[in-house]
Design a protein around this ligand. Structure first.
Ligand code: IMP
Length: 497
């Protein structure tokens, strides 16, 4: 006989709706804060807070350094995937930590190169402005797209066509974007090379980028104003991986396993805390109160919840393990609140896998999650690490599970472990730039919180009242019984955020 049989079916996020609470002048959309803790911090440090309750999943088709940089600028973080070599992952963390908003690390050219050779670099990189440097990286001049024409100048050298240093405006050791902006405005120039005192090139600042960068009030950074970086690690090569990530000053590490209730995860967490006690750890994934207690006991500072619900996940079918995400959050959040009363330590919870729409995000937060992790949402964006492809006249991007044959190729070569797959490979509809999508998603979350009378996520947990709905109510909740011209969505259309 089984140890326990539960006859009440587990519930998904789709099955709940929120009841309105009293909306006041303190909980209108413009006043709502979406700030939320990334991990528990005894000193309540600012660097461990996100400004939006959304993070990108640690997956090959989702979270590279480009996503890491853009999402941190917008207030969240991307968990940089670990199904790649230690060196490549550490390099991604380095890129995020060394990124200076608005300060571009440019491709340089040397003065002896012909314009035709330089043009080849332009074709490959897409850049059209090149700083010219000598073999000691000392700045000699600038070549913008207005300074050359392939047909006319192909055989001339870069040195002959460049605007020489004496005629360029340069900034010396500037690291403040507003200061760089002022210099650009004063000089009527569109690009500003930043040099060190010896005249070596450090970076370029483009006028066209500045507004974009000054426009990121939600950016999350460490105490040295560098963007926040989070990396995932597995429970196999964690020693060398954590060492390399720590060397690049990663802020937080997520110890990832499809089943986080395990002694292997414990070994990894204990080793990391013994060797790098200053790096907080997120543990997961788990779906029960008992597993939550296990993870906090071994030292995790945040806990990731979810098993079997991801859009590319076939774990439930393959192994028969898993649980509806709503039931998992409810059980774990209850235990977290108890633990908080007992210890005074508030452990943030992350709802992960199968968040299919903005209303799912809102329900997950209302039930007690502090932020949600998504794969499919981010895979659709310009900043995910995959290339666009046209299928049946629709622009798509590939998206595959970390447990799929494609992602496991790397693991397989290394550990020879794959006996069966737990994920599929597919495509999602391309959605454009992340910043153009996020605004609507966040406004909808704020609108729900406002309806419930909650001005921040903590208050949302305390005030939210939810109700299970029937299949008929779900039908009633959609537009129905009217003819809507042009409405011909595929049932699995994936732009429902
Ligand atoms: P999505 O947001 O519904 O696409 O789910 C993303 C989440 O699915 C990830 O954060 C992981 O927790 C989980 N996941 C990623 N790859 C796989 C897989 O191959 N099998 C099962 N779950 C996966």
């Amino acid at each position: 006989m089984a140890k326990r049989i539960i006859y009440e079916p587990s519930r998904t996020l789709l099955e709940f709706r929120l009841l309105p609470g009293l909306t006041t002048e303190y909980s209108t959309i413009d006043k709502i804060s979406l700030q939320t803790p990334l991990v528990y911090s005894a000193d309540n440090e600012k660097k461990y807070k996100l400004n939006i309750p959304i993070v990108a999943a640690a997956m090959q088709s989702v979270s590279g350094d480009r996503m890491g940089i853009e999402l941190a600028k917008l207030g969240g973080v991307a968990f940089i995937f670990c199904s790649q070599s230690v060196e490549k992952q550490a390099e991604m963390i380095k890129k995020i930590k060394s990124h200076k908003a608005g300060f571009v690390n440019p491709k340089t050219v040397d003065p002896e190169m012909t314009i035709a050779e330089m043009y080849e670099i332009r074709e490959k990189t897409g850049y059209s402005t090149f700083p010219v440097v000598d073999d000691k990286n000392v700045f000699m001049g600038l070549l913008s797209k207005y300074d050359y024409d392939l047909g006319l100048h192909g055989n001339e050298t870069v040195g002959e066509r460049m605007i020489v240093k004496e005629n360029c405006e340069v900034g010396i050791n500037i690291d403040d974007l507003e200061e760089a902006n002022n210099l650009l405005l004063q000089s009527h120039k569109s690009v500003l090379p930043i040099l060190d005192k010896e005249g070596r090139l450090l970076s370029l600042v483009f006028r066209k980028d500045i507004n974009d960068h000054l426009n990121n009030p939600d950016e999350v950074h460490d105490d040295r104003k560098r963007l926040l970086a989070v990396a995932a690690v597995n429970t196999h090569d964690y020693r060398e991986r954590i060492k390399a990530l720590a060397a690049e000053e990663v802020d937080v590490i997520s110890v990832d396993s499809s089943d986080g209730f395990s002694v292997y995860l414990q070994e990894t967490v204990e080793w990391s805390l013994a060797n790098y006690p200053h790096i907080p750890l997120i543990g997961g994934n788990i779906i029960t109160a008992e597993a939550f207690r296990f993870l906090v006991k071994i030292g995790c500072s945040a806990v990731k919840i979810g098993m079997g619900g991801g859009s590319i996940c076939i774990t439930q079918e393959q192994k028969g393990t898993g649980r509806g995400l709503a039931s998992s959050i409810i059980d774990v959040a209850q235990e977290r609140d108890l633990y908080y009363q007992e210890s005074g330590r508030y452990i943030p919870l992350i709802a992960d896998g199968g968040v299919t729409s903005t209303k799912d995000i809102t329900i997950a937060l209302a039930l007690g999650a502090d932020y949600v992790m998504m794969g499919r949402y981010f895979a659709r964006m310009e900043e995910s690490p995959t290339n666009k492809i046209v299928i049946n006249n629709r622009v798509m991007k590939p998206y595959w599970g970390e447990g799929s044959a494609k992602a496991r190729e790397w693991v397989e070569k290394r550990y020879h472990q794959m006996k069966f797959v737990e994920g599929v490979e597919g495509f999602v509809e391309y959605s454009g730039r992340l910043r153009d999508n996020l605004d609507e998603t966040l406004t909808k979350i704020k609108a729900s919180m406002s309806t419930c009378g909650a001005a921040d996520i903590m208050e949302f947990h305390q005030k939210a009242e939810l109700e299970l709905i029937s299949a008929l109510s779900i039908r009633e909740g959609k537009a129905h019984d009217v003819y809507i011209p042009g409405e011909n969505k595929a049932p699995d259309s994936n732009n429902n955020f």
